[in-house]
Design a binder for this molecule. Structure first.
Ligand SMILES: C[S@@+](CC[C@H](N)C(=O)[O-])C[C@H]1O[C@@H](n2cnc3c(N)ncnc32)[C@H](O)[C@@H]1O
Length: 213
């Protein structure tokens, strides 16, 4: 199995400090999460992947969308975030969730996914190796949805300092927020994005294109 890139231990260390407070801080973005998951247009019985699933805050919504015959697959590289996701699944008694403590660059899913969610996973979305490994495990034609932070237009100047500060605790590539969807978009057809949160956020979706074409 290939070794994860050296920045990953830094991210793991960062989330070691954030994990216990994560759900309280991410709770504010539940409406956006719901909207992003809606872009996946999930159907009952489908298999959906939650990439960089964190503490599993999307699991309930994803399960509801794929129903009892469907399955949620998830991976998360931070052991501290993953432990909270495991506790959530145990507490809720959810049976149709497969999850693993692993990185996007190396994860091997047990089956091909019909759709994939990248919710606030900037470090994954900006890594060509991570995105390629994840998307090769999503079927051609499968829906891809992502959300996260982005810079305001360049002419707003100092406002981007605010975006940078807000994003810094969660992402190593905090300075790279001009088109954070770009790597994922390269793997998709019909890709579109729109601004959220007065311009400092985005949601986007596309359809995984045929890699052989
Ligand atoms: C801001 S959190 C978002 C968590 C979750 N997607 C959510 O919506 O609440 C970003 C997550 O991505 C994870 N992450 C970052 N780089 C990763 C990588 N290369 N492989 C797997 N997970 C990664 C972090 O550990 C963290 O839990």
């Amino acid at each position: 199995m290939p070794t994860p890139p050296p920045q990953n231990p830094l991210s793991i260390e960062r989330y070691r400090r954030h994990a216990s407070r994560y759900d309280a801080s991410a709770g504010r973005t539940m409406a956006l999460r719901r909207r992003t998951i809606g872009l996946l247009r999930l159907q009952q019985g489908q298999v959906v992947l939650d990439a960089g699933a964190g503490t599993g805050l999307s699991y309930a919504l994803l399960r509801e969308a794929v129903g009892p015959q469907g399955q949620v697959l998830a991976f998360e590289q931070s052991p501290d975030m993953f432990a909270l996701a495991q506790a959530r699944v145990r507490r809720e008694g959810w049976a149709n969730i497969w999850q693993i403590n692993g990185s996007a660059e190396t994860v091997q899913l047990p089956r091909t996914a019909d759709a994939v969610l990248f919710n606030y996973t900037h470090d994954i979305c900006r890594s060509p190796a991570a995105v390629a490994n994840v998307l090769r495990q999503v079927r051609t034609g499968g829906r891809v949805a992502l959300a996260g932070m982005k810079f305001f237009p360049w002419w707003t100047g100092p406002l981007n300092l605010l975006v940078w500060l807000k994003n810094r605790p969660y992402s190593l590539g905090a300075a790279d927020l001009w088109e954070p969807w770009r790597v994922v978009a390269q793997h998709c057809d019909d890709f579109e994005w729109t601004s959220t949160q007065w311009g400092m956020g985005y949601i986007a979706c596309g359809v995984k294109k045929d890699s052989a074409a």
